[in-house]
Design a protein around this ligand. Structure first.
Ligand code: A2P
Length: 284
C-alpha cells in the first residue's frame, strides 16, 4: 500500500467507494465552533469530516458543507450511532435522523459512512444496529457501513450474521503510545480499513523526547509527525482541532517523509493498553 500524496488522495474501500485519506475530527467541538472549524477545514482542502450522533454537532457539519459551496459529491461525511433503540426498525429510524440532521431534512439525502460507535453496547445491540445499517445501506441512504472500537471477538461474531462484509472501517484509538496491534492485524487480514481517532494523542505527548527529536529533524510540528506516522502505517487519521492555524498545519504532511528509522522509533513507543487515553478494545 503506497502512502497518499495529497489531502485529496483517497483510499478505495472494500465496496469500491473512495474515502479521503485524512478526515477532520470534530469530537467535543461545540456546535457554533464546529461550524467555523469545518468551514476552515474545508477551506484548506480537507474533504472528509468525521462526527457522531453523540457529539451534538451533526447539523453544524451539514451546515458547513452547504455553506462551503463545495460539490457534495467531492465530500465524504461520516457519523456514528451510539445506542441501539430496542428493535431494528427503531434503530433504523434513529439512524435516519442522523442522516437528516447532516443533510438538513432532504428526503433523498445520504451519508457516506455510518459506524457503530462502541462495541461496549453489547452483542445483541451491535447486531440490531448492524442490521439497521444494512437496511439503510441497501436503501442507498448510507454508502458505507462500519464500526468503531470493535475488537477481534466482536468482529468475528458479527461476521457470522453480516450480509455486508467486510465493514468499510474499524475506527480505533491509534497513536504511537496505543497501537492496538492485535486488532489492527486482524483488520488487515479481513480487509477492514483502519481509521485512527485521537491520532495526536490529544496533544498529551507534545513533550515526548523522541517525538520532539523527530519533529526537529524535519523542521515540523509534533502534530505533523503524528499525522504522518498514521498515514505511513496505512491508517486514515482523524485529527481534531478548533484552531484554524492548527487545522491547516495538521494536514500539511505531504512534503516530507518519515524515515524507516523514525518509524521504528515511533513504533517503539507503544505502551499497549496503558498508553490508551480513550479506549483500548477488548479482543474477547
Ligand atoms: P484545539 O482544538 O484547541 O486545537 P486528537 O486529534 O488526538 O483527538 O487531538 C485533539 C486535541 O489536540 C485537541 O485538544 C486540540 O486542541 C489539540 N490539537 C490539535 N492540533 C494541535 C496542534 N497542532 N498542536 C497542539 N495541539 C493540537
Amino acid at each position: 500500500m503506497s502512502t497518499p500524496d495529497s489531502l485529496q488522495s483517497t483510499i478505495i474501500l472494500p465496496n469500491g467507494q473512495k474515502m479521503p485519506c485524512i478526515g477532520f475530527g470534530v469530537w467535543a467541538s461545540p456546535p457554533e465552533q464546529c461550524l467555523k472549524s469545518c468551514l476552515a477545514a474545508l477551506g484548506c482542502g480537507y474533504r472528509h469530516i468525521d462526527t457522531g450522533d453523540c457529539y451534538g454537532n451533526e447539523a453544524e457539519v451539514g451546515q458547513a458543507v452547504r455553506e462551503s459551496g463545495i460539490d457534495r459529491k467531492e465530500l465524504f461525511l461520516a457519523t456514528k450511532v451510539l445506542m441501539a433503540q430496542g428493535s431494528v426498525e427503531r434503530s433504523r429510524e434513529h439512524i435516519l435522523a442522523s442522516i437528516q440532521r447532516l443533510a438538513a431534512q432532504q428526503e433523498d439525502a445520504y451519508v457516506d459512512m455510518i459506524l457503530i460507535h462502541n462495541a461496549a453496547v453489547g452483542d445483541v445491540e451491535i447486531k440490531e444496529l448492524w442490521l439497521a445499517l444494512e437496511q439503510l445501506y441497501a436503501e442507498k441512504r448510507i454508502r458505507c457501513i462500519g464500526v468503531s472500537n470493535h475488537g477481534i471477538g466482536h468482529l468475528t461474531r458479527m461476521k457470522q450474521y453480516a450480509s455486508v462484509w467486510p465493514p468499510s472501517a474499524n475506527q480505533l484509538e491509534l497513536h504511537p503510545w496505543c497501537q492496538q496491534r492485535e486488532v489492527v492485524a486482524y483488520c488487515r487480514q479481513e480487509g477492514i480499513p483502519v481509521q485512527a481517532y485521537s491520532p495526536l494523542a490529544r496533544n498529551t505527548k507534545a513533550n515526548d523526547e523522541t517525538l520532539q527529536d523527530i519533529a526537529a529533524s524535519h523542521g515540523i510540528t509534533t502534530a505533523q509527525v503524528l499525522v504522518r506516522w498514521s498515514l505511513q502505517k496505512g491508517f486514515v487519521p482523524l485529527p481534531k482541532s478548533d484552531n484554524p492555524e492548527r487545522i491547516a498545519k495538521n494536514a500539511k504532511v505531504f512534503d516530507f517523509t518519515l524515515t524507516d528509522e523514525d518509524m521504528q522509533r515511533l513504533d517503539g513507543l507503544d505502551q499497549g493498553k496503558a498508553g490508551s487515553l480513550v479506549l483500548a478494545v477488548s479482543n474477547e
